[in-house]
Design a protein around this ligand. Structure first.
Ligand code: ADP
Length: 619
């Protein structure tokens, strides 16, 4: 008999299991039962179309038995089974999503503490067994095979006789070790409690053969699991731990979800939905491979692993299951998309999630802040996606840092603090809260006791542009031209002064090429010497974002260099214009670069700037 070798990556995982220092070894049973349940699902699903696979649905089930003396724990199912190739392929390689996720995380983090965050599948049997035997007969086939392995040195496959289709897995339970009491897994009560704990909602009966020690008489128990899926149970009777176990088992996340949303509806369309908002983004969330979607069931039978149509793109982080008796079992993907019931369910689910988020914002602010830190970009994306179709539903879920409150506030909260006659919501953009806080324009507004929202996310300004207004209040970027709080008289004086200086500014502008559309004096800067503002719809920040995108699109904001008329520098440049135009050219370059730096924009030629500054410093 030739011994076959495990594929390299499987061997790595297997080694980890065998030498596992992981304490939560008991999950192996959950994994094997879950595989058995999948195999039963597959059989009942296939039998819908394959008339040869006739079977009695009532007889589908999982059986567990213990032989204490021989130290054997057996898990059998009468599901789809595996043929020879499948035994080699499925058990010799890492196949399933869970194991695959595990493998990838393993490669990324290169540590072993992550076992248990994932459904590690069949190999977890090697955490408790030193030999594993899998006997299987594929439904509809005459042949049966046995797969035997004692671990990393490979496995053998031989033909056997087996009457019933399905799979029987025999674990040779390890001897007790100092730290580990493997005998536990040979105790009826222990195994029963594990079934209850981890596999209660499995929809097929899990029965046990119990042996009377004296008479050796074998009796079969009733189903140990309640067989009701968690989402169909009465909410009030579900413990938090059950939700968590279910979530961890299904979605391979070790962290408690931030929010559990369990809801059901009856009427036009009936459904149960159990959804989770994760605390952290899934490990592959930011990769192309990540796919949104909820598991879709029809009356407890899985139709689709990830039904994308149930979630709008911006809620792609939500995990969960939806079960509706109104959907036909063998509905095709294409038909699902057109399905009216499904559309109604999706709409209701979206509403429900947004309602829960609103509740969280109103009643559990800290939690919401944590949520927003992780998934806020999603909500913002939702505002401008589809040309703003959802903006009204989402506008109250956005929070920004406020100069006044020194924490995140909603637009509603901002507006509630506004004066009666105020019609403007002020905002400033920058890389960080600290940097914005030091912007000249922000300082002058703070002195006027105005509240300013600090926008630090690259999408923020696009979001406000999409909203356009909030409760009739317009948004104004305080780095833009529209922003002017001075009196008519002040405006008039300034206008005059700028007219007088027009010739000088034109001269300076020429020096900067077409970089700025205007240079002028301003009266809004208090003690700061200068700032950069923009004219029209495109601000300096938006220009930065759009031009950083990997497209051919390139836009230019109309930038305005503003110089504080009361600052000594104003007088200085006027002197230079009269007496030393060459030096004014250099000043112009420095002033413009400084203004760019304050706005968080790159300077075109830092070396030139540095040389110029040093030239003047050395004088
Ligand atoms: P998975 O996470 O995919 O279940 P496993 O390592 O647990 O990964 O199992 C690998 C594959 O082996 C499964 O996807 C399935 O195809 C097959 N398999 C495991 N257990 C059974 C079983 N009891 N009956 C039929 N096929 C099984």
């Amino acid at each position: 008999m030739v011994k076959r070798q495990f594929k390299a990556e499987s061997k790595k995982l297997l080694d980890l299991m065998i030498n596992s220092i992981y304490t939560n070894k008991e999950i192996f049973l959950r994994e094997l039962i879950s595989n058995a349940s999948d195999a039963l699902d597959k059989l009942s699903y296939e039998s819908l179309t394959n008339k040869k696979l006739k079977m009695d649905k009532k007889k589908l089930g999982i059986k567990i038995s213990i032989d204490k003396e021989k130290r054997l724990l057996t898990i059998s199912d009468n599901g789809i089974g595996m043929d020879k190739d499948e035994l080699a392929e499925n058990l010799g390689t890492i196949a399933k999503s869970g194991s695959l996720a595990f493998k990838e995380a393993l490669e990324k983090k290169n540590n072993t503490n992550i076992i248990g965050q994932f459904g590690v599948g069949f190999y977890s049997s090697f955490m408790v067994a030193d030999k594993v035997v899998v006997e299987s007969k594929k439904a509809g086939s005459q042949d049966a095979y046995k797969w035997v392995s004692t671990g990393a040195d490979g496995y053998e496959i031989t033909p056997i006789d087996k009457e019933e289709n399905g799979t029987k897995i025999t674990l040779h339970i390890k001897e007790n070790e100092k730290e580990e009491n493997y005998d536990d897994y040979l105790e009826d009560f222990k195994v029963q409690s594990l079934i209850k704990k981890y596999s209660d909602y499995i929809r097929y009966p899990i029965k046990m053969d119990t042996i009377d020690e004296e008479t050796k008489k074998v009796t079969e128990t009733d189903a140990i699991n309640s067989m009701v899926p968690l989402w169909k149970k009465n909410k009030k009777k579900i413990k938090e731990e059950e939700y968590f176990n279910f979530y961890q088992d299904k979605f391979f996340d070790y962290a408690k979800p931030l929010k559990v949303i369990h809801t059901s509806a009856e009427g036009l369309v009936s459904y149960d939905a159990l959804m989770f908002i994760p605390a952290n983004p899934p490990y592959d969330f930011y990769t192309k491979e990540y796919k949104k979607g909820l598991e879709l069931y029809s009356n407890g039978v899985l139709i689709m692993g990830k039904c994308e149509d149930l979630l709008p793109d911006y809620l792609n982080f939500v995990k969960g299951v939806v079960d509706s008796p109104d959907l036909s079992l063998n509905i095709s993907r294409e038909m699902l998309q057109q399905n009216r019931q499904l559309k109604i369910i999706a709409k209701n689910i979206e509403k429900k999630i947004l309602k829960e988020l609103t509740n969280m914002l109103d009643n559990e602010r800290d939690k919401y802040e944590a949520f927003f830190k992780t998934f806020g970009v999603n909500i913002k994306y939702g505002v401008y996606d589809n040309y703003g179709a959802k903006k009204d539903d989402l506008k109250d879920l956005i929070i920004f840092y406020s100069s006044k409150e020194k924490k995140n506030v909603t637009l509603k909260e901002y507006v509630s603090r506004m004066g009666k006659d105020d019609d403007t919501i002020y905002y400033a953009c920058g890389e960080t809260i600290d940097k914005i806080d030091m912007m000249p324009q922000v300082e002058s507004l703070k002195e006027k006791k105005k509240e300013v929202l600090y926008l630090t996310d690259y999408v923020d300004e696009f979001v406000l542009k999409m909203l356009d207004k909030y409760e009739d209040k317009k948004f104004v970027n305080i780095s833009s031209n529209d922003f002017d709080l001075s009196s008519e008289e002040e405006k008039e004086t300034l206008k005059k002064k700028n007219e007088e200086a027009k010739e000088m500014f034109d001269y300076m502008k020429k020096e900067l090429g077409n970089e700025v559309s205007q240079i002028r004096f301003t009266n809004k800067l208090k003690k700061h010497p200068l700032c950069l503002t923009s004219e029209g719809n495109i601000t300096a920040q938006m220009q930065k974002v759009i031009n950083a995108m990997p497209t051919d699109e390139h836009i230019d904001a109309k930038l305005v260099l503003e110089i504080n008329e009361e600052h000594p520098i104003a007088k200085k440049i006027e002197d230079l214009y009269k007496n030393d135009k060459d030096t004014l050219k250099k000043y112009t370059k420095i002033l413009y670069d400084e203004a760019r730096l304050i706005e968080g924009l790159p300077v075109e030629n830092p070396t030139e700037l540095s040389n110029l500054v040093c030239e003047f410093l050395s004088k």
